[in-house]
Every structure is written in structure tokens, then in C-alpha cells.
Write a protein that binds this ligand. Structure first.
Ligand code: NAP
Length: 321
């Protein structure tokens, strides 16, 4: 069935994969754009543009009201990277509130991006798990927008939260993997922390985009979903592929030296965040089809020299867990 879908964050890493998914499934897309550059890219991708910032709650409400459903991916990475992570989460929370209010009583879908990093570390988390009060890397605050979105399920919104793994990878990646590769190049070693047995869940960007499409179309109200393809890849295995491609030694970095070695990436590289997606696969019929993280890294496209995007130049990540 063709619907009018309002998408925030459509110009981003995952959003730019989602637009063609939605259009080829027959949906009409209206996308939030806060700049001329994003508006031009979205128009070229075939979306209608709704100009506005995430903080412009009236713009969010009017676009959501005019839609048959909303996918909310935008997250203010710039604010988070400037040191105000709480401010970025607060903005996300206000945006989710405005979108949910606009859809209240309609039965329409509101699908939002959350993160597996809200789970309790050190054990395989599932969709049945509520956010941990003590998640890794201090991301407790990031659970608030997820909880807020799901609370609209009792107010006539078919809301769902798609938790994304630590790395959403693919050709053109400018997130954690790109940062890790840049650090390896700069340091002359490909490092991992401790024994490197801690695990990252992962998904290819195109498989993640497909999960959002399926959630929009079919997720029951109140669903927590995991767009996770690799349940848990040991960080040592990631460092080994990077070392092989860059022809660098692969070395353990003691936990006490991790911040000095890896900078702001250190707490993320230390996390043990395995996550299952068995319930999501059963519920939505989602089946990732792209290469797993280690195979994709092995294909080599991450190692081509290309200009670093702004977030990477700032030392971390466009991918904003
Ligand atoms: N990538 C990953 O590895 C990863 C992993 C886990 C979770 N996630 C989560 O998935 C979601 C999408 O991630 P992503 O990697 O696709 O993000 P991204 O590439 O950093 O893109 C962020 C998007 O949000 C938009 N945006 C940011 N601040 C805005 C504002 N103030 N007003 C309006 N739009 C704004 C950006 O618009 P502009 O184009 O104008 O900048 C862009 O479209 C985020 O919630 C992220 O935390 C990502």
C-alpha cells in the first residue's frame, strides 16, 4: 500500500539508504531538511522536502500530521560531539514527543532509531530487554527517547523502536570503523583493548534500512526491534582485518592506556554489547542479506583513501550511538 512517509535524518548515513527502499516499495517520502545542501540531496533522491530543524517542533508536528507514518532517524551529532550529549538526547526526546503527539489516536506508525548500547553489557541482549539502568559507556540517557516513543503505543500510535548496533557499516562508512582505521594509520598499529574478546553487534547499512521499512509497514504497536545482523564480533577480529589491510602489527592496548591511544573512541571499543535479533526476524521476516562485518571489511573499500567527513575530522563519528 502506498503511503506518505515523513522521515527525519533522511540525509544521513542510514536515511540515505532508506529513501530508495521506501520509494521502491511504493511509498511517497517527505524528508526533513535543515540546510540547502540536504534539501538538494533529498530532492535528487526523489523525496519531497520539508524544511526545518529538529528543534522546530511545529515543523515536525505539521509534517507528521500530513503523513501516514513517520520514521525518525535524526540525531544532533554536532551537539553530541561538541560535548553536550545530554542536549542532543533532550532534543531527540522533544522531537519524539512532538511526532508522537501529532500521531496520537491515528493508529499510524512512528518508527524511531534507538541503540543496542542501551542494553546491559556483557550478555546477549534481546528485544524483550528494557533499557538497562546501567548500560555501557554511560548511555543511560539515550534510553529516554526510546521509552517515550513506545509510551505512545497506549495512545493510539503504532510506535516502535529499532535498536541499531554499535556499528552500522558499509561502503562510505564514516563512523566508528573509519575512526578506528584512521587511528591505526596514525599510530602505526591496529589496536584492540585488553584481550579483544569483547563483542560488537553490527549490521550493514542497507540491511538496517530494510528493517526500518518493515517496521513501518508491519511492526505492532510498542515493539522493540533489533536491526542486528552479526550478534557479536570480537573487537580483536576487527583489529586483525584492519591490521592485515594496512600491513600494520595488531596489538593489545592495556585498558589503562585506551583513552590515550583511542581518544573518544575508547569507551566504545571497550564495550561488550552482543545483541540478538531472533525476535525481530520472526516478527517482521527481516533477513539480512549483505556481507557480515568481517567479510565487508575484508573487501577493502574502507581502506581506499578518501577525504574524511567532518565528523571524522572532529575525531569521532557521524554514527552517533
Ligand atoms: N551509524 C551508526 O553506526 C549508528 C549506530 C547506532 C545508532 N545509530 C543511530 O541511528 C540514527 C541515524 O544515524 P546515522 O548514522 O544515519 O546519522 P548521521 O549520518 O549522523 O545523520 C544524522 C541525520 O540527522 C540529521 N540532523 C542532525 N541534526 C539535526 C537537526 N538539528 N535538525 C534536523 N536534522 C538533523 C542530519 O541532517 P544533515 O544532513 O542536515 O546533517 C542527518 O540527516 C541516529 O539516531 C544514530 O544515533 C547510528
Amino acid at each position: 500500500m502506498s503511503t506518505r512517509v515523513f522521515v527525519t535524518g533522511a540525509s544521513g548515513w542510514i536515511g540515505s539508504a532508506l529513501i530508495p527502499e521506501l520509494i521502491s516499495a511504493g511509498h511517497k517520502v517527505t524528508a526533513l531538511a535543515r540546510s540547502d545542501a540536504s534539501a538538494a540531496a533529498l530532492t535528487k533522491a526523489g523525496a519531497l522536502v520539508h524544511r526545518g530543524d529538529l528543534d522546530d517542533l511545529d515543523a515536525l508536528r505539521s509534517a507528521a500530521q500530513a503523513s501516514d507514518g513517520v520514521i525518525h532517524l535524526a540525531f544532533n551529532v554536532g551537539l553530541a560531539l561538541s560535548g553536550d550529549f545530554q542536549g542532543a538526547v533532550d532534543a531527540d526526546l522533544r522531537a519524539v514527543g512532538a511526532l508522537g503527539e501529532a500521531l496520537t489516536g491515528s493508529g499510524r506508525p512512528l518508527v524511531m532509531a534507538s541503540v543496542t548500547l542501551v542494553l546491559e553489557p556483557g550478555r546477549v541482549g534481546t528485544e524483550a530487554d528494557a533499557p538497562s539502568p546501567e548500560p555501557a559507556v554511560g548511555l543511560r540517557v539515550r534510553s529516554a527517547p526510546e521509552q517515550a516513543a513506545l509510551s505512545f503505543a497506549s495512545r493510539g500510535v503504532r510506535s516502535s523502536a529499532v535498536r541499531l548496533p554499535t556499528t552500522v557499516y558499509g561502503d562510505g562508512d564514516h563512523g566508528f570503523l573509519a575512526a578506528q582505521i584512521a587511528i591505526a594509520r596514525a599510530r602505526g598499529v591496529s589496536g584492540f583493548i585488553g584481550d579483544g574478546s569483547n563483542r560488537w553487534p553490527a549490521v550493514h547499512r542497507l540491511d538496517a534500512a530494510h528493517a526500518f521499512l518493515l517496521a513501518l509497514e508491519n511492526a505492532p504497536a510498542g515493539s522493540r526491534l533489533h536491526a542486528v545482523a552479526d550478534e557479536g564480533v570480537p573487537t580483536r577480529a576487527i583489529a586483525e582485518v584492519i591490521g592485515r589491510h594496512l600491513e600494520l602489527p595488531v596489538l593489545s592496548v592495556p585498558a589503562g592506556d585506551a583513552t590515550e591511544h583511542f581518544g573518544p573512541l575508547a569507551p566504545f571499543l571497550a564495550v561488550d554489547n552482543p545483541a540478538s535479533s531472533a525476535l525481530t526476524r520472526d516478527l517482521l521476516g527481516w533477513q539480512p542479506t549483505r556481507p557480515g562485518l568481517i567479510d565487508d571489511l575484508g573487501e577493502g573499500h574502507y581502506f581506499a583513501s578518501r577525504p574524511a567527513p567532518a565528523a571524522q575530522r572532529e575525531g569521532l563519528h557521524g554514527g552517533t550511538s
